[in-house]
Design a protein around this ligand. Structure first.
Ligand code: FE
Length: 182
């Protein structure tokens, strides 16, 4: 009889050990928690200061589900919309232009100007950290591509022929921006 108790006890202990050894992130919820989020420092217009934000990484399938075909083509395939066709080139309202993919604050109405190109143009982003640049040598030209620092969305290009005080022209695609009025 006592031998049966001992065997049962060993089984119970083995089961407990087995449970104890199980990693805490085996559930779907736990895995999400355990995966360390990459944080970057971005400027928030609403908070009037810098905040730590999670970078946004999604699959092509997820982006296609979230975006319209034109938004997807511009932001994820480096497309360019036709000039004078987008929603934002002729918008003169007060507000902030955020990334259509991830909502990152990109440009303010205060730095928008009439470039005459048919694309929304700005002489400065809301903060240098919120956009990133990289060389783009496609189409036999040397241009500087502008991307969202949070999700890597292609936004447009920046050229050295803008107005004062920066002398820069951030030539953006309307399809990459979502306007949030004040
Ligand atoms: Fe983004």
């Amino acid at each position: 009889m006592s031998r049966i108790f001992i065997i049962c006890g060993m089984i119970a202990v083995a089961a407990a050990c087995s449970r104890g050894e199980r990693p805490t992130h085996t559930t779907a919820e736990g895995t999400a928690t355990a995966a360390k989020a990459t944080l970057i420092r971005l400027y928030s217009v609403a908070k009037k200061g810098y905040v730590m934000s999670e970078v946004v990484v999604r699959s092509d399938a997820q982006w296609k589900e979230q975006l319209t075909p034109e938004q997807y083509h511009v932001t994820r395939e480096k497309g360019t919309e036709a000039p004078f066709t987008g929603e934002n080139w002729n918008n003169h309202q007060r507000g902030v232009y955020v990334c259509v993919c991830c909502g990152n604050d990109l440009f303010s109405w205060e730095q928008k100007y009439e470039s005459g190109t048919g694309w929304p143009s700005f002489w400065q982003p809301v903060a240098p950290e919120n956009v990133s640049t990289r060389e783009d040598n496609s189409f036999f030209s040397r241009r500087t591509e502008v991307i969202c620092s949070r999700c890597g969305a292609h936004l447009g290009h920046v050229f050295p022929d803008g107005p004062k005080p920066t002398g820069l022209r951030y030539c953006m695609n309307s399809a990459a921006l979502r306007f949030v009025g004040e």
